[in-house]
Write a protein that binds this ligand. Sequence first.
Ligand code: GAP
Length: 510
Amino acid sequence: MANQEEIFKKVVSHAKEYGFIFPSSEIYDGLAAVYDYGQLGTELKNNIKQYWWRAMVQYHENIVGIDSAIFMHPRIWKASGHVDAFNDPLIDNKDSKKRYRADVLIEDHIAKIEEKINKECEKAHKRFGDAFDRQQFITTNARVLEHQKQIDEIHAKYAELMNANDLAGLKQLILDLGIVCPVSGTRNWTDVRQFNLMFATKMGSVIDDSDTLYLRPETAQGIFVNFLNVQKSGRMKIPFGIAQIGKAFRNEIVARQFIFRMREFEQMEMQFFVRPGTELEWFNHWKEERLKWHLALGIPAEKYRYHDHEKLAHYANAATDIEFEFPFGFKELEGIHSRTDFDLSRHSEFSGKKLQYFDSELNESYTPYVIETSIGVDRTFLAIFSHALKDETLPDGSTRTVLSLPAPLAPYKAAILPLVKKDGLPEKAREIMNTLKYDFMLQYDEKDAIGRRYRRQDAIGTPYCITVDNDTLSDNTVTVRDRDNMQQQRISIEKLRAFLYDHIQPVKID
Ligand code: GAP
């Protein structure tokens, strides 16, 4: 079986080869950590956004969506705390001159210990076969317990240092753990410094500080500053939510792992405004709801896990990540945060406008508390895409590459394929295409042998191939081939629309 690195390389090359994702500005040698979505990537990305929007806005009467501008008043970022505190702790290796995020060095060190635990499990699995019980093993095996203890101690120490903003302590932890630079292999580290992640630009023609604008590092603030606009114009009653999908920008220093950490990316965020005192109930509610959203795509539950934060931001009273097992290990996919009344209170203070809600049931005004769900579009793309991509060996010994995307997210829902490029079959295929194209994204393909065309559609994740052959001309039936099990069935043309609707329904969440 290919190792994780090979799988990840295959994900990146497949995404490029089939028009999902290209490096930005490639003909100019690219721009680090910036990517362009190609013709198929754009379709998949749009389908992911639509799935989120439907689940959050369309399926909830009390959630509405907005689209706020990327440019915002510069004081917003002062109020939100981003100007003063949206920093990463950086450390340089003096020999390689490479710069790293101190927290990422520590995270990678922890990942190596986790890898040791996995290896122990694999060994034991081989030894015990089907009788192997992973849960029992990791809670009783002495070596695993020792590794886990190490991980817990590092987490606790790291949280303590970050909470105290103790940068010297952070450097000491890196030294104590014996972390070496992956390039030079030495421990010759500089001190740890804080580095602000916001991109600044200027508005207008006057070059002075007051004109400095920031490219938003999160979409959430556009929601907070529109709280009153939406609440009043939409006559929203608490509890209610405001959702938004949009670009965000961060000057990530350690930008890597393809579209996992980018400098320009997209977020899907929802702020849910609640009565003070009820926030932890709602936090738990959204924690569960969001995991359901992921699981409804049919990806196995073991690919996801919660990771509760040890280090809470000063404004949060609970926070968790939903992590996904990417080809490079479990990493954050989505954050769910209980942000108290911090943001609305700060914007009230900085703008001088009272951002409060009159609760007619309680007959009092208050600043609502907020639960936030925040997920990256690109990370979701990477999670779904990397899980879907498989090399399969078929019963006849041949191999195929298949992208088993959830059907509602697939770029094309079906391909229309005339068996041969003559005898009136292309014309018939086009006729079918023209009747279905208003309902579904379809691809027409008449080039090459049918087997090669099936493989091409498998590789881009098309759930169904509809083949038009000579029988079609006499009996108005076509062959429909299923991407995943490669079974074929004969269906009459007039039933095709209903068949596709039945098999490619929007994802429902129980
Ligand atoms: N408003 C809260 C917020 O922005 P975050 O944990 O910094 O929280 C939320 O970001 C989500 O945005 C992450 O879980 C991740 O999916 C995505 N994200 C953050 N930084 C990213 C980056 N540099 N590249 C791609 N996605 C990113």
